[in-house]
Design a protein around this ligand. Structure first.
Ligand SMILES: NC(=O)c1ccc[n+]([C@@H]2O[C@H](COP(=O)([O-])OP(=O)(O)OC[C@H]3O[C@@H](n4cnc5c(N)ncnc54)[C@H](O)[C@@H]3O)[C@@H](O)[C@H]2O)c1
Length: 354
């Protein structure tokens, strides 16, 4: 399955296919004719899939790996000097290539390194986590974290190619499968009632597996359309933030130590829809359907804190400018919209424990 992302000079293709990793070099050759490649990966992914990739590339290219510790801490700004040093050691020039082989952490970090090293080196994304396959590898947002917050230094930098092999998810831990399913459910909620019904029709992730390439394709295509309309995130792309206002707040409230991002967004999607139903901004019964799907795919839907306590943290959210909040709500499953609001939306229900 192939998806073409049409962004003028920054256009690229995304391929989604089981066992694609075994044939990655064929696809890479079609977009890259330079000499040197640095594969950036992490110490959980590279031992599983690194050789499979580098062996295919070794006959045509000078190819080296840079294997970093796994986890969000690696996406720190302070990791960058080591990445630039590895790029210099590998003699990567502007006509060479960086391949990001890993989850969203590696994709974002390697992507930012590619956008900034020598003012831009070609980038190919080979996402290996569900979240990276359906979300972070598509759309061109790349970033690193500062001690003051996540993704504070970044760029819009489109890859030349994205290769998605759903079979690599067989080795992904269930927590990260759940996390990625949060994003899949989000796509169904905001844009695709049919996708949501497919998710409702299965009883677990295991059951859904045979539909996975098609489901990933659907999610990526939704993101493609949104990104094509709003490459630089000034309008429609905001719809992708469904569940994120409360989600970020929950993450901040627990200092990123309890719920993962996907889990926090899952709670956010359900709870914002419940509140919006009370305000007659969302069709009745919508939040109940979200709740059932979250349960099916092992995601939480409540966090046990009152809204007034959480809203103290909302004030710090970077998307909250001049006390204005652009809330993403559902008219119904599959239809989302931007609802300009303020903190009052939450304070009105301050005593509600979500
Ligand atoms: N750029 C964007 O648009 C965008 C969108 C959403 C999230 N993100 C970013 O993505 C990051 C989170 O991504 P993530 O959830 O993929 O985290 P991650 O990259 O840390 O991967 C999760 C864990 O799974 C392991 N892993 C990955 N693929 C595996 C596989 N196939 N088999 C076994 N283990 C595997 C990794 O080593 C890691 O320990 C965050 O930093 C977030 O800010 C970016």
């Amino acid at each position: 399955m192939k998806i073409d992302v049409n962004l003028g000079a920054n256009s690229y293709s995304i391929y989604i296919e089981n066992n694609l990793l075994s044939r990655a070099a064929e696809y890479i050759r079609t977009v890259f004719t330079g000499r040197r490649i640095l594969i950036i990966s992490d110490d959980q992914v590279y031992p599983l899939y690194g050789e499979k990739l580098s062996k295919q590339l070794a006959s045509d290219y000078e190819c080296r790996p840079l294997v970093l510790p796994h986890g969000e801490a690696t996406k720190d700004f302070q990791t960058l000097p080591g990445v630039y040093t590895a790029l210099l050691d590998a003699k990567i020039s502007r006509s060479d290539l960086i391949v990001a082989l890993g989850g969203g952490v590696i994709g974002d970090l390697a992507g930012f390194a590619a956008s900034s090293f020598l003012r831009g080196v070609k980038l190919i994304q080979i996402p290996t986590s569900l979240l990276a396959q359906v979300d972070s590898s598509v759309g061109g947002k790349v970033a690193v974290d500062l001690p003051q917050g996540k993704n504070l230094v970044g760029a819009f930098y489109q890859p030349s190619l994205v290769l998605i092999d759903p079979t690599v998810l067989d080795t992904l831990s269930s927590r990260f499968i759940h996390d990625g399913m949060g994003e899949v459910i989000k796509y169904g909620c905001i844009k695709d009632a049919g996708l949501f019904r497919t998710l409702e029709s299965h009883g677990s992730f295991e059951e859904l597996k045979e539909d996975l390439p098609a489901i990933i394709h659907r999610c990526v295509d939704i993101k493609r359309v949104v990104v094509e309309h709003d490459q630089f995130d000034t309008g429609e792309r905001m719809l992708l933030n469904f569940g994120h206002t409360l989600g970020h707040t929950i993450e901040q409230y627990y200092n990123y130590g309890r719920e993962s991002h996907g889990e926090a967004v899952a709670i956010g999607m359900y709870q914002i829809s419940k509140l919006a139903e009370k305000e007659c901004l969302t069709a009745e019964g919508t939040s109940e359907r979200i709740l059932q799907v979250l349960r099916t795919y092992g995601l939480p839907y409540e966090c046990g804190v009152s809204l007034s306590e959480l809203t103290k943290a909302i004030a710090l959210d970077k998307k909250n400018l001049n006390n204005r909040l652009n809330l993403i709500l559902l008219k119904e499953i599959g239809a989302s919209y931007i609802h300009p609001s303020t903190e009052e939306f939450f304070l009105k229900y301050g005593n509600t424990i979500i």
